[in-house]
Design a protein around this ligand. Structure first.
Ligand code: SAM
Ligand code: DTB
Ligand code: SF4
Length: 342
């Protein structure tokens, strides 16, 4: 029987969180091994192509113009700067390049510029991902035509906690953007943030909502809140690290085939905590010294951690500069269908 389900109830998800820690981890790790190579981790590099000055009010975000966080508003980066960053990311071993913009949604005049970036990064033989805010169907199609592989748009938190964190757009707006992206055939990268003062039931609610989407997102970033001075969420009580591991484990059980990304917050995590997250089913990270505006472990530290844990970075078998990208090729390398739609 397939373990891919879209009908999880909140109580079932909560019951996973309430298992004894060892039982939860054993179950998650078994699901992980059934679908993935447990010693391979996918690495993506992020670049902020348009930083700061965002009109939205997301209470966690250092890029919202209304909070005094020290992040300066910048213009969209020029194409050659983006290409240079992508080359460096590829040289360091990243296989996916994710471009983020501090927009509520892209302006139509920006789209051709972002499309040119997508084409250039694809030309370097990397997978492409973008996170630009809300998209209309037409905008999603324009990005798809440019060759975008993934669109990142997070649900961020459970529907009932959402209004405590974001007031300038609705939860439904997020679901609509994801629908527009899926319609084009692009893959979705969708997850959320924990450690924002939500309850365990609300963490379960976020994961339940993700697992009950029409398709499981192919990538599920689980961010631990990076507390930035000046944002309303600075000073939030810290989440128990074991509860974070439980969240990763539950995500793995609910979305067996998806890549679960140990995302923001790694700079504040010990190597031991990250190792537990990999055991619990995380198999993707952001790689490179910076996320969008905040820090991330440096490449040397991650390479050392991988060596100590016997982890290898996932490879794409794509000759450099050819312009063709075969994401399916990962099946050859790992023997498992890691990116198959469910
Ligand atoms: N502006 C676009 C949007 O909101 O969709 C794209 C960029 S936005 C920075 C992408 C995601 O980053 C957010 O949805 C949120 O999940 C995550 N994020 C932002 N600030 C964070 C923080 N301080 N800690 C953890 N995750 C954060
Ligand atoms: C996601 O879920 N996490 C990334 C990516 N998608 C775009 C962003 C994390 C941002 C952390 C705060 C910052 O660096 O500004
Ligand atoms: Fe703007 Fe995105 Fe930050 Fe929200 S998360 S304030 S939309 S950049």
């Amino acid at each position: 029987m397939s373990d891919i389900r879209h009908d999880w109830s909140r109580d079932e998800v909560l019951a996973l969180f309430e298992l004894p820690f060892a039982d939860l981890l054993q179950r998650a790790h078994a699901v992980h091994r059934a679908h993935h190579d447990a010693n391979t981790v996918q690495v993506s590099t992020l670049l902020s192509i348009k930083t700061g000055g965002c009109p939205e009010d997301c209470a966690y975000c250092p890029q919202a113009a209304r909070y005094s966080t020290g992040v300066k508003a910048e213009k969209l980066l020029p194409l050659d700067t983006v290409i240079e960053h992508a080359r460096q990311a590829r040289a360091a071993g990243a296989t996916r390049f994710c471009m983020g913009a501090a927009w509520r949604s892209p302006k139509d005049r920006d789209l051709p510029k972002v499309a040119a970036m997508i084409r250039a990064v694809r030309g370097l033989g990397m997978e492409t991902c973008a996170t630009l805010g809300m998209l209309s169907e037409e905008q999603a199609e324009a990005l798809h035509s440019a060759g975008l592989d993934y669109y990142n748009h997070n649900l961020d938190t459970a529907p009932e906690f959402y209004g405590d964190v974001i007031g300038t757009r609705e939860f439904q707006d997020r679901l609509d953007t994801l629908e527009h992206v899926r319609k084009t055939g692009m893959k979705t990268c969708c997850g959320g943030i924990v450690g924002m003062g939500e309850t365990r039931e609300q963490r379960a609610g976020l994961l339940q909502t993700l697992a009950c989407l029409p398709e499981h997102p192919q990538s599920v970033p689980v961010n631990r809140l990076v507390q930035v001075e000046g944002t309303p969420l600075a000073g939030t009580a810290l989440l128990d690290p074991f509860e974070f591991v439980r969240t990763i484990a539950a995500a793995r059980i609910l979305m067996p085939v998806s890549m679960v990304r140990l995302s923001a917050g790694r700079a504040e995590m010990s190597d031991e905590l990250q190792a537990l997250c990999f055991f619990a089913g995380a198999n993707s990270i952001f790689y490179g010294e910076k996320l969008l505006t905040t820090g991330n472990p440096d490449v040397a530290a991650d390479q050392k951690l991988f060596r100590r844990l016997g982890i290898v970075a996932m490879q794409l078998d794509v000759p450099a500069e050819t312009g063709t990208v075969h994401t399916d090729i990962m099946e050859h390398r790992t023997g498992v269908a890691v990116e198959t739609a469910v």
